[in-house]
Design a protein around this ligand. Structure first.
Ligand code: ACO
Length: 462
């Protein structure tokens, strides 16, 4: 065990556990309990006092060495000056992995860096791994672990999120709940003194609960290791990255934020491309792509079909598809099948315009036909909210048809409209069908899936 113990610990100790609301040692205990971790939780507090959290009362141990059981993971939340001794005690105890929440190490400069290195040396002497320091913790939803001081509720799903920035990572946890993005894991890696992006990628590559990986990074310490690992992982699962510090001034800010050697941005760009890593420029774009890459199968061919009830969004989606290099299926003989689901004034040319009259039956028939057709490889379902069809009913139709088809080809949805449209989008996203409020976002997400899939296929043929 090592990195695995972060995600599959049989027991967790919180060193610096506190019963005082407002303290980080309290928040971590509370999140572990409330998110439903089923293994043993041990509180370690130098005062040896009882620790009450909600209706749970924990005996606290003055030292990890007093805990009468094996401990796989110990979350460290004590001030920096106590950390070296606590790490040594954890080693003696046989702990496998240590997320160190505490700040005040490498990010402060040379002095702090030295202490950080000594801590890692001690840990390695005992065969322990360190996550951090300077982190907000770790989440792994399949095992109901929330060892962070971020939001308690995290929507389970298939995306693993790795963040070098603490505050942004915590904020993104909250944002994913609002946006219905399901997560398998959230890992704050902070100063990356030991466990780094590449170590985590190795784990997620093998993890059946993770289908895509999103990394917020400011820089990597061992570029070669990262790129080699990323290339191997990308052959199996998509990696999306937001690499901040693109501008010269941004790179300087990154250096003082996490001590990252941001390096020339163009080098990163080229290296990402080579290793199949998809680089998003904004948080919104990254999550848009992650929804599609984390939920949909790879396309079996290049032909995309757009189904819409509005000419306008159909045209906008078509523009986006052209810009992104997606191929709209144009075999008119075959597209004629859609004439069965539209009034005579509709258009079965791709984009297929089912017209403003399109109700649930039109969409149902057209979606079914597209899902069944062997030459239609990917589908974009677009809808402009009208009084003819409640978007939430459309969501139900899409979910039913897509599930019945066995989800064998990519299908993305865009619904433009009001409150009901937003609700329909949430319903679809909760069921793992990527849905967006704008047609371009749906198309760009589909395009990201194509880019990754093409890169992957090229690797096979090389
Ligand atoms: N062993 C066991 N328990 C100990 C030890 C020890 N050696 N030393 C102290 N404790 C106990 C304390 O008694 C206290 O318990 P209490 O609340 O019952 O009194 C508890 O551990 C915490 O110790 P405090 O001295 O009260 O420290 P405090 O909670 O104020 O701060 C912390 C500790 C949170 C680790 C702080 O030093 C720190 O580093 N804060 C920054 C954390 C952070 O932001 N990390 C990056 C996150 S990412 C982002 O940017 C959002």
């Amino acid at each position: 065990m090592g990195v695995e113990a972060l995600f599959e610990p049989r027991s967790i100790a919180v060193i610096g556990a506190s019963e005082k609301p407002g303290k980080i040692g309290y928040a971590i205990m509370k999140n572990l309990i409330e998110y439903g971790y089923e293994g043993k939780i041990y509180a370690v507090n130098v005062k040896g006092v009882e620790i009450k959290i909600g209706n749970r009362v924990f005996k606290s141990y003055k030292s990890i060495l007093d805990v009468p059981d094996e401990v796989d993971m110990a979350v460290i939340v004590v001030p920096a000056k106590f950390v070296p001794q606590v790490v040594d005690e954890c080693g003696k105890k046989g702990v496998k992995v240590l997320p160190i929440i505490t700040s005040g190490f490498g990010e402060l400069g040379e002095e702090g860096k030295k202490v950080e290195e000594q801590i890692v040396e001690t840990a390695h002497k005992y065969g322990m791994r360190i996550l951090g320091p300077n982190i907000f913790g770790v989440v792994y939803t399949p095992n109901k672990i929330n060892a962070t001081f971020g939001p308690t509720d995290v929507m389970p799903g298939s995306l693993a999120l790795i963040s070098q920035s603490g505050a942004l990572g915590i904020a993104l946890m909250g944002w994913t709940i609002l946006e219905k993005v399901g997560l398998s894991a959230v890992v704050s890696i902070g100063n990356k003194s030991d466990i780094d992006d590449a170590d985590l990628l190795e784990y997620f590559k093998k993890d059946d609960n993770t289908k895509a990986i999103l990394i917020y990074m400011e820089g990597v310490t061992d570029g070669r290791k990262f790129m080699e690992t990323a290339k191997e992982v990308s052959k199996k699962k998509p990696i999306i990255t937001i690499k901040a510090g693109r501008s010269e001034r941004g790179a300087k800010a990154a250096a003082s934020h996490t001590g990252s050697l941001a390096g020339a941005d163009k080098i990163y760009d080229a290296a990402f491309k080579q290793s199949g890593v998809l680089r998003a420029l904004t948080i919104g774009e990254a999550f848009d792509w992650a929804r599609t890459l984390g939920n949909l199968p790879e396309p079996e061919g290049e032909n995309v079909v757009i189904l819409t009830n509005g000419g306008g969004i159909g045209v906008m989606a078509t523009d986006a598809a052209e810009e992104e290099g997606l191929h709209l299926y144009d075999n008119l003989e075959e597209l004629k099948v859609f004439a069965n689901y539209m009034p005579p004034f509709g258009s079965y040319k791709n984009p297929v315009d089912l017209t403003g009259m399109a109700g649930a039956e039109s969409y149902e028939g057209a979606i079914k036909a597209a899902l069944e057709h062997p030459e239609m490889h990917s589908i974009a379902v677009l809808y402009c909210q009208t009084a003819v069809l409640d978007p939430r009913d459309l969501a139900k139709v899409v979910i039913r048809e897509y599930n019945e088809s066995g989800r064998k080809k990519p299908l993305v949805v865009a619904i433009v409209g009001g409150i009901e449209a937003k609700e329909a989008i949430d319903i679809l996203n909760e069921k793992g069908i990527p849905a967006y409020p704008e047609p371009e976002r749906a198309i760009k997400a589909l395009s990201a899936l194509y880019r990754w899939s093409r890169w992957k296929n090229k690797q096979k043929s090389e």
